[in-house]
Structures are given as C-alpha cells and as structure tokens.
Design a protein around this ligand. Structure first.
Ligand SMILES: [Zn+2]
Length: 437
C-alpha cells in the first residue's frame, strides 16, 4: 500500500482529469475492476457531470518578471477548477483570489471551486506576507472541455444479491492521507475478500470523485439501491490518530449495530460517534433521502473531546503537508484488518433462533464457563443465551449487552455448532405468547 501511495500521491487527481484517470487505471492494474464512464453534461439527479479540467500553465509574477509561484512546482498552487485568467491586477484584487492555509503558514492549501466559476491561486502564508508590490501579473491557462467521469467498481459476488458497499474518493490532487489512503485500504480489502472465505452478501467496492461520483453512480444504478443493505466509507487511514467509526443516518440499523459493536472488539483504542460528527464524505449521498443506505465511515481522526482536536480532522488536512511522510504502512494495515472485521461482522449478522426451550443445560452440552475461573464469561454466556429468541440478531445482542461483536459471535457460534440455535435473515419469534396476543 505504501509503495502505491508514493507512486500515486503526486498526481493531480481532479474530478474529471487526466491525473484522476491515470490513478484509476493504475489501481485497476492491481485489482481488476469495471470502469464506468459517464460523459460531461449528463444529468445525474439534481446535478450535472462536470467538464474535464486541465491546467496548461499557471503562475504569479512581479511586474519585473520574477516568478513568485508556479503550478509546475506543485499542483496545489492553483484552485481546482479555476477559470482561466490573465492580466495585471492590484495587490488587493490578487489577495481576493490568493488562498492560504488557516494554520500551516508554510503549506499550500487545497482549495476547490468546482461550481463557483472563479479564478484562484494558492500559496504559503509566508510567501503571501512578502508580497508588498502594488501590482502583479497573473497567468492562468486552464481548459474546460467535454470529458468522461470515471468510477471504478470491484464486485465480489456473495451467495446473495443483497450487498454491502465500500467506497472511497480519489479526487484530492497531490495529497496522500486524504484521500488516497482510503482508496488503497479499500483496494487491499478487495484483495483479501477475493482470496478469503466466501461471503453471504455481495460486496461492491467503489472509487470515484467526491460527491459527484457517488451521486452519478447511485443515479445510474437506482435498481441496485434497494438491495444495498449497508456500507462503509474509507478515508484518512494512515495518519497518527485513533480509528474513528462514524455512524449512519439510521443509528438503529443492523449495519450500524454490527459495525459499531465489532469495532469495540477489533480496535480497542478506536471510538465511535454519531452521523456527521466526525467527518463528512460520500456516505452523505448514500444516507440521503431517496437512497437511505446506512453507510458508516471509518477514518483516523483525533477524538473531538481531546485538546489537539483543534486541528481536526488532522493537522495536515487539505494542504501540501498531507504527504506520504505522515502515513505508515502499519496504520494502513491495521485499518485494513479493522475494515475487514467490520465487513465480516455485517456479513455474519443474522437473527438467532433458539432451538432450545428453557435455559440450556450448559455443562451437559460442554459450553459451561466456570464462574469461579471466569465470572464475566459465565455471566455473558447466560445473558447471551437468554436473548436467543428469534427476535434479536447477533448485533442486537451485542448492542444490548454492550459487548464486542466478536465475543458475542464466538459464543453464539458455539451454540450453533451444538445445534442449539439456527440463523435467519428475518425475525422468527419463538415466544409462544406472541401467537396468543
Ligand atoms: Zn478532503
């Protein structure tokens, strides 16, 4: 993952652009994928697929010809989707179009104006502070033309058409942690799922430009939306911060319950938070009206309750300081393992139907846990057992007992091996008073 990160990070990956296309083709060499192509101008729900944008050159000069900044030195020196502009401008007018980073004086900020139709350049605050002339020369030669928005999709067929969606965006020029790390973890998850034991659900892994890409995919695959049962957005997974799992718009969903309870088992230092409280990305499109797929989001973000969260989501966010240097292979691998565990928890989660009546004679069935040796395990065994009634899923039981999903699964799996419980995709209440009601 780190090698690919170094290779792809410098590319100017814009919404519809050669840099984006080059990155996506390279990913498709690593894991084969379908590439959906949608032309500029295509209406996608309330949006329209944008034009392809290219930069021929862009620079700022003093009137005596001294080059002050040049996009050839760093792709972030230009506002993404900047209009072309050429002319001599006053210092005041320049400053209205020259962007700096709010807290990193030596970094170039990532600024995008996809739909505002404006021109702009970006530079470190330290450079801007040195600009004392009355006038400057601006040259921005950018091109807008019909192009093709590209979406990469890896489908891992399951036993059933109902699907789980993993998604990441690929449109942050010359940055590493946001957004390439999410893409590379997603790609590695795909590789592991393709090699691993078969899944019950079909898994769709999507790479696209942010917002417009997910709207485009969903609007062109409306027939698939009813079968999408849950999802996970991946981003910012290599920086030095704890893993954070943001819930979906429907916190009571089976997807939310399975993933949130699974996180506690596989990432003890991670934390979970409600929808839109950690980071906003394409999961918004999946959770939105008319779609309502419960999609959570996994990232590394300093806990909002800690003092260092004033630089949330992380200090180098949306700047030229977001380079592979702030990412480690170990953190990417940990994120991949956690994402895999979340997918597998979602996939295994079903209603647990008791094939027993009364309390199970645990020692007679070889599942008794000695309370003198392991009092907590003993209590958990019986608390889990009494909730196996065909009305609760594994995730419901884990959530109700505030236990990690893997711990609950392990005990229920033992019951299943002894024929004490079976699994069902729909509730099958075994309470005899239900029928009498
Ligand atoms: Zn971003």
């Amino acid at each position: 993952m780190l090698d690919l990160l170094h290779e792809l990070a410098p590319l100017p990956r814009e919404l519809v652009s050669d840099g984006y296309d080059a990155a996506l083709s390279r990913l498709a060499e690593v894991v084969p994928m379908t590439i959906h192509e949608v032309p500029s101008g295509t209406p996608v729900w309330t949006w329209t697929v944008p034009e392809k944008w290219s930069v021929e050159e862009a620079y700022l000069e003093s009137l005596d010809g001294q080059r002050l900044l040049d996009v050839a030195d760093h792709p972030l020196h230009i506002v993404s989707y900047s209009l072309p502009f050429e002319g001599v401008v006053s210092r005041q007018e320049l400053f209205a179009h020259l962007h700096t980073h709010p807290h990193l004086p030596d970094a170039i900020p990532f600024v995008f104006k996809y739909y505002q139709r404006d021109w702009g350049l970006c530079c470190p605050q330290t450079l801007k502070d040195r600009l004392q002339d009355a006038e400057y020369r601006v040259v921005i030669r950018t091109r807008f033309e019909p192009g093709v928005l590209k979406i990469g999709e890896i489908v891992i067929p399951g036993q059933r058409p109902e699907s789980f969606v993993l998604a990441a965006h690929l449109c942050h020029p010359a940055q590493a942690n946001d957004d390439l790390t999410g893409v590379l973890v997603g790609l590695d998850v795909a590789r592991a799922l393709l090699a691993g034991p078969p899944l019950r659900h079909t898994v769709r892994i999507l790479f696209f430009p942010e917002t417009i890409g997910s709207v485009t995919y969903l609007s062109q695959h409306e027939d698939l939306i009813p079968s999408m049962r849950g999802g996970l957005f991946l981003e910012m997974l290599g920086n030095d911060a704890p893993l954070a799992l943001q819930g979906s718009f429907q916190p009571e969903s089976q997807c939310d319950r399975a993933l949130v309870s699974a996180l506690r088992g596989v990432a003890p230092t991670g934390y979970a938070g409600p929808y839109r409280t950690i980071i906003d990305n394409d999961e918004r499109q999946f959770n939105a009206p008319g779609v309502r797929v419960p999609m959570l989001s996994l990232s590394r973000v300093v806990n909002p309750h800690l003092p260092e969260s004033r630089f949330a989501p992380y200090p180098e966010y949306h700047s030229s300081a977001d380079t592979p240097a702030i990412v480690t292979q170990g953190r990417l691998e940990e994120a991949r393992e956690v994402a895999l565990a979340l997918v597998r928890a979602f996939d295994s989660n079903r209603y647990v139907v008791n094939q027993f009546k009364g309390e199970v004679f645990a020692s007679g069935h070889g599942i008794w846990i000695d309370y003198r040796v392991n009092p907590e395990g003993h209590r958990n065994l019986f608390q889990i057992m009494e909730r196996c009634d065909g009305e609760r899923t594994v995730a419901d039981i884990a959530t109700q007992l505030n236990l990690p999903y893997p711990a609950v699964w392990e005990i229920i799996h033992q019951f299943a091996e002894k024929g004490l419980v079976t699994f069902s995709d729909v509730p099958q209440p075994t309470n005899p008073h239900r029928a009498a009601q």
